[in-house]
Design a binder for this molecule. Structure first.
Ligand code: GLU
Length: 315
C-alpha cells in the first residue's frame, strides 16, 4: 500500500486483532495472511492484538498465536492484550463526557428493537431514546438498571474509502462506548487501541465494513488519525454462508490431520488471492503479493471436497 500512503510506511503499522473465542479457521488465517503481507510489503511494522474484552475461551489466544506462527507470519513486539487497556478506554470516555459528547442510556435491547423498527427509524440505528432525558428522568431510570454510555454523534452517516471496497457510506448513530456492565465496547476499544499501537493500516474481514464509518467518526471525535481501511472478502462455504468450524476441516490442525500441510494451505490461499504460484511459504506470498489482484468476491471453500482430494506430498 505504499502508493496510497507513501508517508505512512516509515512509522506505521498493520495489524491482526483476533477475538480469542476459538481456533482460527481458513477465513481468519487468510485475512491474517493478507494483513501481514500488506503491512510487510509496504515497509510497515506488523502488530497483534488479542481482543479479549468479550468472548474468551481459555487457551484460544495461545492456540491462535501458535497457528499464525505455523503459517509463517511474524510480528513486532509482544501481542497487546486488549483487556490491559481498559483503564485507558475508560479515561477516553471520561474525556468525551467532560466535553459533552456522551450520555447514559438505560434502554433494554428489546426497547431499542421496538423503537428502531418504528416507521421513521433508520434500520439498525439507535433511535436516541435516552439522548435528551431530564435530570429527574435520568435519576429515576438509573435506579432501574445500570446505564450504558453512548456517544452523542452529530452526524448520521460517514463515508470511508476502502482500498478494496471503494467508497462506502454507512450509518453513524449514538453507538455504545461503555456497555452497561462497565466494559468498553468493541468500537471504542478498537479505535483507541489501533491508535495506541501506531496502526495506520487496518486490513480485516469485510464483515466489519459496516462498523467502519462509526469507527472513522469516533477517531475524528477523539482527535486520532484515521487509518487506511482495506476489507478482505470473506471465505464462504458452498451454501454461501460464512465458513465456520461446523463446515468440516477448516483449522490448520484439522487440515493437517486430513493430510493438507501448511505449504499446501498457503498455496491454496495464495491462488485464492489471485497470486501466481508456486507458493509454499508465507515468504513466497510476500514475494508475489499484489493488492491490485485481490479478488473482490468471497472465496468459496468446500472443506469436504478439499479434504477428499489426495494430499500433495511435501518433502
Ligand atoms: N476482534 C475482531 C474479530 O475477531 C476483529 C476486530 C478488527 O479487526 O477490527 O472479529
Amino acid at each position: 500500500m505504499t502508493t496510497s500512503c507513501p508517508g505512512c510506511a516509515a512509522g506505521g503499522a498493520g495489524r491482526y486483532a483476533p477475538s480469542p473465542s476459538g481456533e482460527l479457521h481458513l477465513g481468519n488465517l487468510r485475512t491474517a495472511l493478507v494483513a501481514w503481507a500488506a503491512a510487510r510489503s509496504s515497509g510497515r511494522r506488523f502488530v497483534l492484538r488479542v481482543e479479549d474484552i468479550d468472548r474468551v475461551r481459555p487457551g484460544a489466544a495461545e492456540q491462535q498465536l501458535a497457528d499464525l506462527a505455523r503459517l509463517g507470519l511474524d510480528w513486532d513486539g509482544p501481542p497487546l492484550l486488549q483487556s490491559t487497556r481498559e483503564s485507558a478506554h475508560r479515561a477516553a470516555v471520561r474525556r468525551l463526557t467532560a466535553a459533552g459528547r456522551t450520555y447514559e442510556c438505560y434502554c433494554t435491547r428489546r426497547e431499542i428493537q421496538a423503537a428502531a423498527s418504528a416507521p421513521h427509524g433508520a434500520p439498525g440505528a439507535y433511535p436516541g431514546t435516552c439522548r435528551d432525558l431530564t435530570g429527574t428522568e435520568r435519576a429515576r431510570r438509573r435506579r432501574e438498571r445500570p446505564p450504558a454510555v453512548r456517544l452523542r454523534a452529530d452526524v448520521r452517516a460517514r463515508t470511508v474509502v476502502d482500498r478494496w471496497a471503494g467508497a462506502y457510506t454507512g450509518l453513524v448513530d449514538d453507538f455504545v462506548l461503555l456497555r452497561n456492565d462497565g466494559r468498553p465496547a468493541y468500537n471504542l476499544a478498537v479505535v483507541l487501541d489501533d491508535a495506541h499501537q501506531g496502526v495506520d493500516q487496518v486490513v480485516r474481514g469485510d464483515d466489519l465494513l459496516p462498523s467502519t464509518p462509526r469507527q472513522a467518526y469516533l477517531a475524528v471525535v477523539l482527535g486520532l488519525p484515521e487509518p487506511q481501511w482495506a476489507h478482505v472478502p470473506l471465505v464462504l462455504n458452498p451454501e454461501g454462508r460464512r465458513l465456520a468450524k461446523r463446515d468440516g476441516a477448516v483449522t490448520l490442525s484439522e487440515l493437517a490431520a486430513a493430510g493438507h500441510g501448511v505449504a499446501e494451505v498457503l498455496g491454496r490461499m495464495a491462488a485464492s488471492l489471485g497470486l501466481p504460484g508456486p507458493v509454499r511459504t508465507a515468504q513466497d506470498v510476500l514475494a508475489v503479493f499484489d493488492e491490485g489482484v485481490l479478488p473482490r468476491e468471497p472465496w468459496v471453500v468446500d472443506p469436504a471436497g478439499w479434504a477428499a482430494q489426495p494430499a500433495r506430498r511435501t518433502p
